[in-house]
Design a protein around this ligand. Structure first.
Ligand code: PHE
Length: 455
């Protein structure tokens, strides 16, 4: 019965492949673009510390709950809530995930498109010669404000994502994650070694790794927890959907552990690449990052113009970002596609194509909000989409999963699901405490705190 259903919907080839795919979803622009930017804007090492604690205590907890729901129901998020609590409003959380995934993909695709643009710019030698903070800023603003190029890049990113998803779980997601993840890992290690061997690397490392506890405040907590959800792809049902292709024999606890570990490792390494190089470059301080272009597009070009072998490392860096971004965009598209395939009986190809087109059009206002079209620029369209979806919707989605698994489905049923593939779950009491109390309380606190950001 189980095997038939997995055969019909698709299944992962092995445990390792599932970890690759889920880590591929987790590791992305969130680690390489967003994380260092957040560190820079929120007091350096203290943010790193709080973020890691949030990943261990809350992120891991919610991820395991999502895995249990996905594997138990073998459904997309709407189907999963509905299967556990039929004819109840809980499935609205599933709809929020399906719609939210498409929305995140729309602006995330724009940033991935920028990486594509910077990839071919780097190859074309645009960042050779003497690049300063001003000239780098000017290159970014003029590129991001050029409508046709931005639309083209967004189209390529969404097109590639749609292509992979239309191929299905094995031939699509799995095949590409298996190739792309090791490449990513190799590249990032190479770049980190380059960065720590730069003169003056120590100052950057200490800013990044030595916490100044006086810098801790609610803003740090808010962004650190939000970053944990974003980076682990939690709150929209991505991990519910990915776990729905898992057999009962998989050990959900160790899989969630590995995904959290790899995700944190890559984020930490991204910081190790960025901060030493940044401090080795005169005239830039981390708090200068503008929230959109940030480090990746405004600081990195300066770096590659200055370091020996910069041309080569620059090409590698932007290629790495593209790879990381694609394995994440794939997971975002998979959520709505799984919904249309499971619940509406659409074919995978049709679902991928139509949802892909929807995301492309929805991405246009974000893409054109950096000078391309005045009204979108004035509205700060992309920044507001990011605030709404990356911080609020994700946290809300994670809160609902915690409450749903803790009190509606009930921990004993979730624990039964977890026990297949892991009969001795040693962290059981801690997980139960975290899912029922710690995660909901912390998320409610940060959601209340959002009001200060909304003005
Ligand atoms: N985790 C991804 C990243 O870090 C982003 C993401 C968010 C993916 C939500 C899926 C769902 O880049």
């Amino acid at each position: 019965m189980e095997s038939q259903e997995l055969d019909k919907r698709g299944r992962w080839g092995s445990k390792v492949v599932f970890i690759f795919a889920a880590a591929g979803s987790a590791i992305g622009l969130g680690n390489i673009w967003r994380f260092p930017m957040m560190v820079g804007l929120n007091g350096g090492a203290i943010f790193v510390l709080v973020n890691i604690l949030a990943i261990i205590l809350i992120g891991f907890t919610v991820m395991l709950a999502a895995f249990a729901m996905g594997r138990h129901t073998k459904k997309n998020p709407v189907g999963a809530y509905n299967a556990i609590k039929p004819r109840s409003p809980w499935k609205l959380a599933g709809y929020m995930g399906v719609f939210g995934s498409a929305c995140i993909l729309s602006f995330y695709g724009v940033v991935a498109g920028w990486a594509l643009g910077y990839f071919y710019k780097t190859i074309g030698g645009v960042f050779k010669g003497d690049i300063t903070w001003q000239s780098s800023d000017a290159i970014f603003s003029s590129f991001a404000g050029r409508p046709l190029e931005i639309i083209f890049c967004l189209f390529v990113i969404i097109g590639l994502t749609t292509f992979v998803i239309s191929k299905g779980v094995r031939a699509g997601i799995e095949r590409w994650s298996k190739i792309l993840m090791p490449v990513l890992f190799g590249l990032i290690i190479l770049l980190a070694i380059r960065a720590v061997t730069l003169p003056g690397a120590a100052t950057g490392l200490s800013y990044y790794l030595k916490p100044d506890f006086s810098k801790f405040n609610m803003t740090v907590l808010f962004f650190a927890v939000g970053q944990a959800f974003f980076s682990l792809s939690l709150g929209l049902g991505t991990m519910i959907t990915y776990a729905s292709y898992l057999p009962k024999s998989d050990n959900l606890v160790s899989s969630a552990g590995w995904v959290c570990f790899f995700d944190s490792l890559i984020a930490i390494l991204a910081g190790i690449i960025i901060f030493p190089t940044l401090f080795a470059t005169p005239g830039i301080t981390p708090d200068k990052f503008e929230a959109s272009g940030g480090l990746m597009f405004q600081v990195f070009p300066i770096i590659i113009s200055k370091i020996p072998g910069g041309y080569f490392f620059g090409i590698l860096f932007f290629f790495l970002i593209l790879v990381a971004a694609l394995t994440s965009t794939i997971s975002m598209l998979e959520v709505p596609v799984a919904y249309f395939v499971d619940e509406r009986n659409w074919s995978r190809k049709k679902a991928a194509l139509l949802v892909g087109l929807f995301c492309f059009f929805l991405g246009l206002p974000s893409g054109l909000s950096h000078g391309g079209v005045d009204i979108f620029t004035k509205w700060n369209f992309m920044k507001n989409m990011d605030l709404l979806f990356s911080n609020i919707v994700l946290a809300l989605g994670a809160l609902i999963i915690a409450i749903f698994v803790g009190y509606v489905w009930r921990v004993k049923n979730a624990l039964k699901e977890i026990s297949f593939g892991n009969p001795r779950f040693k962290l059981k009491p801690l997980w139960v405490f975290n899912i029922k109390f710690l995660a909901p309380v912390v998320i409610i606190i940060i959601l209340i705190f959002i009001r200060t950001f909304a003005g």
